[in-house]
Design a protein around this ligand. Structure first.
Ligand SMILES: CC(C)(COP(=O)(O)OP(=O)(O)OC[C@H]1O[C@@H](n2cnc3c(N)ncnc32)[C@H](O)[C@@H]1OP(=O)(O)O)[C@@H](O)C(=O)NCCC(=O)NCCS
Length: 211
């Protein structure tokens, strides 16, 4: 199969690295996800499985394979977010469509213990620049529940354009939830890059002192 444009890739800004998922991420991925249930569950797709089942170490190999396959096929760019050398979250570029549309949707989460450090806006800026320069896309969309103030702040920091309000758009946390759609197209970044819009990242934590 031909290589997908822009994948696999490693995107870096100081202590922040976005990289492809690894099979050995499973233990830490599961530990973070289970510890963050109340932080993450309101914003995650509905599922018949319990949070513990969906995020068990044993769930990772199948998810890892699915993410890798989607990356290879070019329908997704599944990034793990490392900060100071440690996994802290995920950023998935999904619904990648080429042809006349050349668009994608980005979703993300970080460990609540590192929230508020500008990690997600920086990661999103890197991903948007990558989607335009390396993947050849024209438009990046982010859909956010109107109740999700921290995520609305992320797109505000990057100056993404509010495109519309989708009623009962995604099946999230047990129901069809309204979302606000934000987007940016290549034309809005002529002569500049999205990373130029984000503030500095604080130095990465010393991980041992946080645990
Ligand atoms: C949305 C999310 C990814 C933002 O990530 P982040 O790396 O913390 O982003 P930022 O550092 O830019 O913080 C954004 C805002 O969150 C708020 N925030 C910061 N720390 C917070 C905390 N501990 N608890 C709640 N909100 C917090 C602040 O208002 C901040 O804005 P500010 O920098 O102007 O003060 C993160 O909150 C998260 O993972 N939430 C749960 C999953 C989720 O909502 N995913 C997105 C679905 S669309």
């Amino acid at each position: 199969m031909a290589k997908s444009p822009g994948w696999p890739a490693e995107l870096t800004a100081g202590p922040l690295v976005l990289r492809a998922p690894r099979l050995r991420d499973g233990r830490l991925w599961s530990e973070i996800r289970i510890r963050n249930e109340y932080w993450l569950a309101p914003w995650e797709p509905s599922s018949p499985l319990t949070w513990g089942e969906r995020n068990a170490v044993s769930a990772w190999p199948a998810l890892h394979s699915a993410l890798k396959a989607a990356g290879r096929h070019g329908t997704m760019l599944p990034f793990m977010i490392d900060y100071g050398g440690r996994l802290v979250g995920q950023m998935n570029v999904s619904n990648v469509v080429h042809g006349a549309l050349r668009s994608c949707t980005v979703g993300y989460w970080v460990d609540g213990s590192v929230a508020g450090r500008n990690i997600t806006p920086t990661a999103l800026a890197l991903v948007i620049d990558h989607c335009f320069a390396q993947v050849g896309l024209h438009r990046v969309e982010v859909d956010i529940r109107p109740e999700n103030a921290p995520s609305l702040r992320v797109v505000e920091k990057l100056g993404l354009r509010r495109e519309g309000y989708y009623e009962r758009f995604l099946d999230i946390d047990g129901g069809w939830r309204d979302h606000v759609a934000f987007a940016v197209t290549v034309e809005e970044l002529v002569g500049t890059r999205m990373v130029a819009r984000v503030g500095a990242l604080p130095p990465a934590p010393t991980w041992r002192s946080m645990r």
